[in-house]
Design a protein. Structure first.
Length: 276
């Protein structure tokens, strides 16, 4: 059990993401939820995939096993993530990983390089206005008939007062823009930006039940606690909460998550858009 507040550390984040990726695959029903609805024969028609903000590479490894004949490329701006993913990917000959100085620079990729560009639970160092440039670059490097895919989640909803308090603090720090997390409304504001350059969307809703005793209860609550453990010091720094309150809040989240009557849901969505 987590027991202390700790500032953001890539080693801790690598561990969190390593645990989170297989959990997401289980919850979403596969590495590319809904792919068969946009690609008639996915295993034949998908030969190149780009994973944006690949982290330590967990999703790519799952993808490499599912699409053995596809070339899978991961990019990330965090050097520690790239080093970790590169080390772990040595047993997968169909994976390549690159470090980017910015997600606004895809110049290393030629036109029409990929069948799929995947954004999954990404926290990009990209403001809303910069998405316009990024999406144009995505269109450039997508092949004809290729697709861009986004999967994101809203805040979790539960009967835990501590989790609701955490959500409120999280929203405040997002509004402040103190660290590279986007406001929860960004996903719904981003989708219309795809309209000029991509065909009609395929929208797939997701509902994650992580109530006490549910299949993903332990993994999902541990992930939330890990995020809180690292983000609370930033909230303390910006005077949204005191150090004592932050320790108390983390402890209260742990206690309430452990109650047999803890009930919780998290809503999400996958959007597919095909290049026109």
């Amino acid at each position: 059990m987590l027991s202390k507040i700790q500032a953001h550390d890539d080693t801790i984040e690598i561990a969190r993401l390593t645990n989170k990726h297989p959990l997401l695959v289980t919850c979403l029903g596969g590495v590319l939820p809904g792919v068969s609805q946009v690609f008639p024969s996915p295993t034949k028609n998908i030969t190149a995939i780009l994973d944006v903000a690949c982290g330590p590479g967990g999703w790519m490894f799952e993808c490499a096993r599912a699409y053995k004949h596809a070339h899978i490329v991961g990019v990330d701006t965090r050097e520690t993530m790239v080093r970790c993913a590169s080390q772990r990917s040595k047993r997968y000959p169909n994976i390549q990983i690159f470090h980017l100085s910015s997600y606004l620079d895809f110049s290393r990729f030629q036109d029409a390089s990929f069948d799929i560009i995947s954004f999954q639970c990404t926290n990009l160092h990209v403001c809303y206005e910069q998405w316009i440039h990024l999406l144009r670059e995505c269109k450039r490097i997508l092949r004809k008939g290729g697709c861009i895919r986004f999967t994101e989640f809203e805040h979790a909803h539960s009967n835990s007062p501590a989790l609701q308090r955490w959500n409120t603090l999280y929203e405040q720090i997002e509004d402040l823009g103190a660290f590279p997390l986007r406001n929860q409304n960004w996903f719904y504001e981003l989708e219309p930006l795809l309209a000029p350059d991509f065909l009609e969307p395929l929208l797939l809703p997701h509902l994650i039940n992580f109530s006490y005793g549910a299949l993903v209860y332990e993994g999902w609550t541990h992930d939330l606690l890990s995020q809180a453990q690292q983000c609370l010091p930033i909230m303390v720094h910006h005077d949204f909460i005191t150090q004592e309150q932050s320790v108390s809040l983390l402890r209260q989240m742990q206690l309430e998550f452990a109650l047999p009557n803890f009930h919780a849901l998290q809503y999400g969505m996958t959007i597919w858009r095909r290049k026109n």
